[in-house]
Design a protein around this ligand. Structure first.
Ligand SMILES: Nc1ncnc2c1ncn2[C@@H]1O[C@H](COP(=O)(O)OP(=O)(O)OP(=O)(O)O)[C@@H](O)[C@H]1O
Ligand SMILES: [Mg+2]
Length: 281
């Protein structure tokens, strides 16, 4: 099993138990992924990755472009298969979880249905799961993401931030066991993005859910997560782990505090190091 560097930047300040005594929910064991480009050519996107994610833990995956973050996320979500190794989510194969509609997903491309209004888009997971639509739950979610006034608006009538909020509402509507977020705020300006980070934290705190977030923003990773896993490319692997021992709720003030800034600085320095090695190789 490949071991990666575990950074010890402090212990949890919010009284939560150390991850070592928690139950693993996602187990990734010796996972590799090879993409065949032609009969003789291939890319080893991921090689021998092993780690665990605990129930209700919020984990951020960061790393340079092309290091395999989305590939790993897709396999955790059950949308793709490893070439080698095993992924288990709550003792099941990830495919079983997604088949049961227990995975909520929000991606950089919001993936909303342009012909459906906000209510229709948030109701979609009920229809896909063959379940009767629960209008109260749909309304509750629209309220949670502050879009009640726009329940009859189509995506084309919403701003970028509103579309992102709507796709998060859709991801949460069936109370998933696993929330998968791939650069959900990548298209937003810095101010809207910070607001969305606060929104997501508020929503997540109301009902903590095991969450894996891929982001290029290290501030976002520190702001939202319990733990950051840093990946490096060629071949993609997890190289370092950073616990984020900052108490919640985290606010705009938190993001100006010394502990927050020094953690962002450590993670940034590591990423710079990885990118520099990459450029020299
Ligand atoms: N379907 C595919 N077929 C062939 N190669 C692929 C496929 N999907 C991903 N790859 C390759 O796998 C590697 C990892 O890609 P991936 O999209 O997971 O990276 P990433 O870390 O998410 O990058 P970014 O930050 O730019 O989104 C890249 O070399 C990419 O070219
Ligand atoms: Mg990606």
């Amino acid at each position: 099993m490949a071991e990666f560097q575990k950074e010890t930047l402090g212990s949890p300040l919010d009284g939560s138990p150390p991850t070592s005594v928690m139950q693993p929910f996602i187990e990734i064991d010796g996972v590799s992924k090879r993409f065949h480009l032609s009969r003789s050519d291939y890319v080893d996107a991921l090689v021998d990755i092993s780690f665990e994610i605990y129930r209700n833990e919020f984990v951020a995956l960061v790393g340079p472009s092309g290091c395999g973050k989305s590939t790993l996320l897709r396999m955790i979500a059950g949308l793709d298969e490893p070439s080698d190794g095993v992924i288990k989510v709550g003792d099941d194969h990830p495919r079983e979880l997604i088949a049961k509609q227990r995975v909520g997903m929000a991606m950089q491309e919001h993936g909303l249905m342009p012909w459906l209004d906000a209510v229709g888009n948030v109701s979609l997971p009920f229809r896909l799961a063959g379940l009767p639509i629960d209008p109260e739950r749909v309304e509750e979610l629209l309220e949670l993401v502050k879009l009640s006034k726009f329940s009859n608006a189509r995506p084309s009538q919403l701003s970028g931030g509103m579309k992102q909020r709507l796709s998060i509402a859709r991801a949460l509507v069936l109370q998933p066991d696993l929330l998968i977020l791939d650069e959900p705020f990548g298209a937003l300006d810095a101010v809207t993005r910070r607001m969305m980070n606060q929104e997501l934290q508020r929503i997540w705190s109301r009902k903590p859910t095991t969450t894996v977030l891929v982001t290029h923003s290290l501030e976002e990773a520190v702001f939202l997560s319990d733990r950051i896993l840093m990946m490096s490319p060629n071949p993609g692997t997890v190289i370092s782990e950073y616990p984020v021992p900052l108490p919640r709720p985290r606010t705009l003030e938190t993001s100006r505090e010394k502990d927050f800034l020094s953690l962002v600085e450590s993670v940034t320095a590591r990423l710079d190091e990885i990118c520099a090695t990459e450029l020299l190789s």
